[in-house]
Design a protein around this ligand. Structure first.
Ligand SMILES: [Zn+2]
Ligand SMILES: [Zn+2]
Length: 241
């Protein structure tokens, strides 16, 4: 593994800073690495949020969103930076499929700044990125959740652990499955060595929280491996329908 300073110098040289919203190269010294004109276009999660998954509530008098009311979760709670809209869909797609990994640092910076209190309040031992299958990671060259976790961990002083949770099986697209079927399917896709998370409070990190099936399955796998409280951070979350 490269040392931090060398890796960031290398990253800057190979991947000039680009705004994750418009994709243009951002002049050095632009605070936060996002154009001033683009920053307001990000639909940041705000107002009353679900006490479980952190998504904006359509009914502010409720404590939990309709999904969390319907399906109890095993994790403690989570926090997301942005609502999943066209801008975030474009950004995440470009990160994953057009190698725009340089979009991650500015978004992580914003996330760490905006949600620092919530994240510190979790008082967790480590960040654990949601793993992708090793073959996919090799082909893509990186796991976006891992880069996000490293960027957040570096800013918040929380270690990142990639030796606890593994993706042992690829999953087929799950759109036609019910949420419970998705979780069952995913429970066999992730694995954690026995006792690997013993005594650890863990924050899972992922790019998108949709139905929560992935975070729920990862939570159960980690808790079987001994984890205490499990939280999550997601770059974006699909708003309540
Ligand atoms: Zn921009
Ligand atoms: Zn919720």
């Amino acid at each position: 593994m490269l040392l931090k300073p060398a890796s960031s110098i290398l990253t800057d040289a190979v991947f000039p800073r680009r705004c994750p919203v418009c994709g243009e190269i951002v002049p050095l010294g632009t605070p936060g690495g996002i154009c001033a004109a683009c920053l307001p276009k990000l639909d940041l999660v705000k107002g009353a949020v679900c006490m479980k998954c952190g998504r904006e509530l359509s009914d502010a008098s409720e404590k939990y969103c309709s999904d969390c009311r319907k399906r109890p979760k095993s994790f403690a709670y989570g926090c997301a930076l942005c609502n999943y809209d066209d801008i975030m869909q474009h950004a995440v797609t470009r990160i994953k499929y057009a190698n725009r990994r340089e979009y991650i640092a500015p978004l992580a910076g914003l996330f760490a700044a905006r949600c620092a209190d919530v994240i510190r309040g979790m008082d967790a031992d480590c960040l654990v990125p949601v793993p992708i299958h090793p073959e996919r990671r090799r082909r893509r060259g990186f796991n976006q959740a891992e880069l996000l976790a490293e960027a957040l961990g570096g800013r918040l002083g929380i270690p990142v652990r990639t030796d606890i949770l593994f993706r042992s099986r690829r999953t087929e697209p799950q759109k036609e499955l019910s949420p419970d079927e998705r979780i069952r399917n995913l429970l066999t896709a992730f694995s954690a060595p026995e006792g690997a998370a013993a005594g650890l409070d863990v924050i899972l990190v992922d790019d998108i929280y949709t139905t929560g099936s992935t975070i729920e399955a990862c939570t159960r796998v980690l808790q079987r491996a001994g984890a205490g409280k499990v939280y999550f951070l997601a770059l974006c979350i699909v708003p309540e329908a």
